[in-house]
Design a protein around this ligand. Structure first.
Ligand code: IFM
Length: 450
């Protein structure tokens, strides 16, 4: 095995999100979010848990920043809870909420860690959901108001901004599948939600640029590579095209100035007549606001086979390994994805804003977490990213998901993505073997033999 070196100034970091780690769900004036409401509703979360306390990061952020520093992190991607800043979604600002992020950013800067702030990672104020949430076009103005306040307060120190995290997940898993908040099951709603998420992204970009001089702005998408289950079957290739359109092109095309993809518009209109009726004049220009980077969350590919319905069916590959989430481990697809993004859309820069694996490997008798599987997962994906850079992809950084075990949405606490073990009874943190290895990778600027 050879050690690989990444480009000079490559950013190695780690990521979390507000609802998954902060806890303090109703402290210091914070308003209720859709995830508070959803997780407090019986039977929505597999293990009956919620994010009321989570990793208690709201009270322990300094300890967490110290641990990141000791591991040598260059950067930390976190998200801001809108309901801490505007308990009612808009209107009166809660200064205590702003103070929390102000203190976090200062702690990061003192530790020499570059803050990457995500403005929306799914925890919408419930007050806005009560008005229709992302289905109601009025939310675009509320988001702009929130972004204005946050970027004015933090914009002198935060220079890397991500408007949204994974709009596909927020739109579809939350509004068509009902598995995430707000728990709706209507594809028509999901497409409307997706449009308003994209529109609010476009509206936010100039606001951030105005309030945060010399900052870099982007959006994070969850992207995949869709492969046919049977490469000999043309219908499976068509299913792969459909999956790619649904998950990737529906978001990438309008963001890069190409309108929504015509093949997908046609197939959704066929399935849900008159459902694409939310686009107003000028929307697509707003959505296509030029950005500085594309954030890519990559976990797995999608192997699909044709079905009668509009959505292809995903199949399991018997010869592959899977993580605890039952997601296929397929690093080669990361190289392919990055090349394709670079070639087809020409983003100025790409960050892998999330990549990681869920393995519930507990501490051994000595208190050590020997998560070799996660370490090998990361090594494979770091190597795949390195190959893409050699191919000419402008990949500038890599954020491992996640800094610590946390509330994995509808799955609760059973799924552990952290490179840091969290004992949710005592709130003790233990850096796992993957974290200790990652620390050496950062030091060497590339994956090393362990
Ligand atoms: O935990 C999530 C995160 O919030 C968004 N991206 C995927 C992760 C793992 O499911």
């Amino acid at each position: 095995m050879t050690n690989l070196t990444f480009p000079k100034n490559f950013i190695w970091g780690t990521a979390t999100s507000s609802y998954q780690i902060e806890g303090a769900w109703n402290e210091d004036g914070k308003g209720e979010s859709i995830w508070d409401r959803f997780s407090h509703t019986p039977e929505k979360i597999k293990d009956g848990s919620n994010g009321d306390v989570a990793c208690d990061h709201y009270h322990r952020y300094q300890e967490d920043v110290d641990l990141m520093k000791s591991l040598g992190m260059h950067a930390y991607r976190f998200s801001i809870a809108w309901a801490r800043i505007f308990p009612d979604g808009r209107g009166e600002v809660n200064q205590a909420g702003l103070d929390f992020y102000d203190n976090l950013v200062d702690a990061l800067l003192r530790a020499g860690i570059r803050p990457f702030a995500t403005l929306y990672h799914w925890d919408l104020p419930q007050a806005l959901q009560d008005e229709g949430g992302w289905e109601n076009r009025a939310i675009v103005d509320a988001f702009a108001e929130y972004v204005d306040v946050v970027s004015k307060r933090l914009g002198d120190r935060v220079k890397d901004w991500i408007t949204h995290n994974e709009p596909w997940v927020a739109a579809h898993i939350g509004n068509a599948w009902g598995v995430h908040a707000p728990g709706k099951t209507d594809y028509r709603s999901a497409f409307r939600v997706a449009h308003h998420l994209l529109l609010s992204h476009g509206a936010a970009v100039p606001i951030i640029r105005k309030n945060s001089a010399d900052s870099q702005v982007g959006i994070t998408l969850n992207l995949t590579v869709a492969d046919p289950a049977d490469p000999e079957n043309p219908a499976d290739w068509d299913a792969a095209r459909q999956m790619d359109g649904f998950m990737n092109r529906w978001f990438l095309d309008p963001l890069y100035g190409r309108h929504y993809p015509a093949d997908m518009v046609a197939s959704f209109e066929k399935e849900y007549p008159d459902s694409i009726n939310f686009i107003e004049e000028g929307d697509l220009e707003i959505i296509a606001a030029p950005t500085d980077f594309l954030g890519v969350n990559y976990y797995t590919r999608a192997v699909v086979r044709a079905t009668e319905g509009v959505m292809p069916e995903q199949v399991k590959v018997e010869t592959s390994d899977y993580t605890d989430m039952d997601w296929e481990i397929h690093p080669v697809s990361l190289t392919e994805l990055l090349n394709r993004l670079s070639y087809d859309y020409r983003p100025r820069k790409i960050y892998i804003t999330e990549n990681g694996a869920s393995y519930a490997i507990a501490p051994n008798e000595e208190g050590r977490v020997e998560d070799v599987k996660r370490l090998e997962f990361l090594r494979g994906h770091f190597n795949a990213a390195h190959r893409a850079i050699q191919d000419g992809v402008p990949l500038a950084g890599y954020f491992v998901w996640s800094f610590m075990d946390n509330f994995e949405w509808g799955e609760g606490y059973k799924e552990r993505f952290g490179i840091t073990w969290v004992d949710f009874e005592t709130q003790e943190r233990i850096p796992k073997d993957s974290a200790l290895w990652y620390s050496k990778v950062i030091d060497a600027n590339g994956p090393i033999d362990s």
